[in-house]
Write a protein that binds this ligand. Structure first.
Ligand code: C5P
Length: 218
């Protein structure tokens, strides 16, 4: 695999709806980094599993990942709660994680030349996908805050769902993501904790920007 030298690599892990995606997007824009929301890859596969359950075998998954383009991950249809739940089920599969692994590693270490580096967020980025990242963050917020944020997001997309349903779904996803045997979500010792519970988007960005500036200007 080709690895670009002297690039800035930022790795973020977080539970669902903690604000990591918003933060990662803002950082990527500011520092000109190639951004990947890795949860969207599992959502993309979950979408295909729901649509074509009989076709969903290893060969099919490999083909889908091989031809995967960043724009495929931007589709609004991937944002539903049903797909999020299915994504958390298929992401426990060792073979699926192995197939997805190389796509993520290539993205992180070989971003297009026009970018200064890469920024990935997910569940196992800080210790499995980009273990040598220049900066690692663990972004979190309390459960009710996360559920409310996700509820508002889904409502803005005109999805029919109640706050209670979103809360239950995020609770279940947390349980699965933290406790699964393969690539569980965890805060590594070398990750900086960013708790977004009482911070708005701007405050989160400024907090993380200060840390990144300190590191890159050293
Ligand atoms: O981040 P998002 O909520 O879109 O992720 C959907 C699901 O995909 C997560 O609940 C998790 O189970 C799975 N996932 C993962 N590893 C990642 C990113 C997401 O297992 N790196």
């Amino acid at each position: 695999m080709i690895k670009r030298k002297n690039i800035l690599k930022i790795a973020i892990d977080s539970p669902a709806a903690a604000g990591a995606g918003t933060l990662a997007k803002a950082i990527s824009k500011h520092y000109n980094l190639f951004y990947l929301d890795t949860g969207k890859i599992y959502r993309f596969l979950a979408y295909h599993k729901i649509k074509l359950p009989k076709k969903f075998n290893n060969k099919f998954i490999k083909l889908k990942i091989k031809s995967l383009k960043v724009k495929d991950l931007k589709k609004k249809s991937l944002l539903s709660d049903k797909i999020g739940t299915e994504a958390s089920i298929i992401s426990k599969n060792k073979r699926i994680r192995k197939i997805v692994h190389s796509f993520q590693v290539n993205f992180a270490y070989n971003p297009p030349k026009m970018y200064r580096g890469s920024c990935l967020d997910g569940r196992d980025i800080t210790y499995k996908i980009v273990p040598d990242a220049d900066l690692k963050f663990y972004v979190t917020a309390n459960l009710k805050t996360r559920a409310l944020r996700r509820f508002k997001e889904l409502k803005s997309l005109k999805k029919k769902i109640t706050y209670k349903e979103v809360l239950k779904s995020i609770k279940n996803r947390d349980k699965s993501d933290f406790n699964r045997k393969i690539s569980p979500l965890k805060k590594t010792k070398d990750s900086l904790l960013i708790n977004t519970t009482n911070l708005n988007k701007r405050a989160c960005f400024l907090k993380i920007k200060k840390i990144i500036d300190r590191k890159i200007n050293n």
